[in-house]
Design a protein around this ligand. Structure first.
Ligand code: ATP
Length: 315
């Protein structure tokens, strides 16, 4: 690359947006040889997103702002930092980057916010450094950073097998509206799996997504989808997070069609019949005062993507 191109790079930070996710289905199975639990899951990316900007700099650094920034460390343990380092090492890049992350997805909330930061950083650095990697190569690198990172790159609605990272896009119609009740205090994913192990001494070898889930997704009907939502990690999350009962309780008597814990919790996701109903549900749950943050989001949302500018409107 010639000097003038490097200077052109330097003037143009890259802005990327990556989605958080909820699990519409999460079935847990036996532990596979790599130490991971075999999962059968359906991910849906939602419009609660992380914005990652990459600016040329000396060395690699991360600076996080936004609602949940006080809960993450801006050092080399940060998944965005790890993503940039992995990409630089893989492609022999010696230039640095400053990553600015706006954190809207809760930390250790069961919404894979850290994975979204990793996916966002991977894509932003890939575009900044013009590595020439294919989409498939980027997804492969993403898998090395964590089981949920490939999905944050691809987005939409997808089935996840293996430890969650073996993805198949799902045929899903329509847009769904969710009310999220979020918490400052997280649930550790390894602890949730350990609690599940204690309660399930004879786990299924090959967990599966039930067929009626695929039918409900194709129909696009929130009433049909509400009937098939299932999460095996709800019980462990209830065990590990004492306030969770009260959060779930706050949705009773509202128009919510179904309420579920997202991933390993403690975020609670409630499916609304439509957008106006979602706004009403959110109002009631806010008034109950049991969650630190309540938001209305839609899904499916796109995977990590380039924004034209940091000021681009919410979709
Ligand atoms: P999942 O649903 O994939 O299990 P989660 O939403 O429960 O994930 P995350 O917020 O993605 O949890 O991250 C879990 C842990 O990863 C945090 O407790 C934190 O220690 C570590 N971590 C590293 N980098 C980040 C980051 N950029 N954002 C959030 N957590 C991070």
């Amino acid at each position: 690359m010639v000097d003038s191109e490097i200077r052109e790079d330097a003037a143009e930070p890259v802005h990327v947006r990556a989605p958080g996710k909820i699990n519409l289905v999460l079935r847990v199975g036996a532990t596979a040889p790599g130490g991971y639990h075999r999962l059968a899951t359906v991910f849906q990316a939602v419009s609660l997103t992380e914005d990652v900007s990459a600016t040329p700099a000396e060395g690699i650094s991360v600076h996080t702002t936004g609602r949940w920034a006080h809960l993450v460390q801006d050092d080399e343990t940060n998944l965005a930092h790890q993503a940039a380092t992995l990409l630089a090492d893989t492609c022999g890049i010696t230039r640095g980057v400053q990553l600015d992350v706006v954190k809207n997805v809760p930390v250790a909330g069961g919404m894979a916010g850290g994975s979204a930061d990793a996916a966002g950083a991977l894509l932003a650095c890939d575009l900044l450094w013009r590595t020439g990697l294919s989409r498939e190569e980027l997804v492969e690198l993403a898998a090395g950073l964590g089981a949920d990172v490939p999905f944050a790159l691809t987005g939409g609605t997808a089935l996840g097998a293996g430890s969650g990272g073996e993805l198949t896009p799902a045929l899903a119609r329509g847009m769904h509206y969710w009310v999220l009740a979020m918490s400052e205090q997280g649930v550790s994913t390894p602890e949730a799996f350990a609690a599940w192990d204690r309660n399930n001494p004879d786990p299924p070898e090959h967990p599966a997504v039930p067929d009626d889930v695929m039918t409900a997704l194709i129909s696009g009907d929130p009433y049909a989808l509400a009937k098939v939502l299932v999460n095996d990690l709800s019980e462990p999350a209830l065990e590990l997070f004492s306030g969770l009962d009260a959060v779930l309780e706050a949705f009773t008597g509202t128009a919510a069609l179904a309420t579920m814990v997202s991933g390993s919790g403690p975020t609670v996701a409630a499916l609304a019949p439509d957008h106006p109903a979602a706004l009403d549900i959110a109002e009631s749950v806010r008034a109950a005062g049991v969650a630190d943050e309540v938001a209305v989001v839609s899904g499916p949302a796109p995977g990590a993507r380039l924004l034209e500018s940091v000021h681009e409107e919410e979709v």
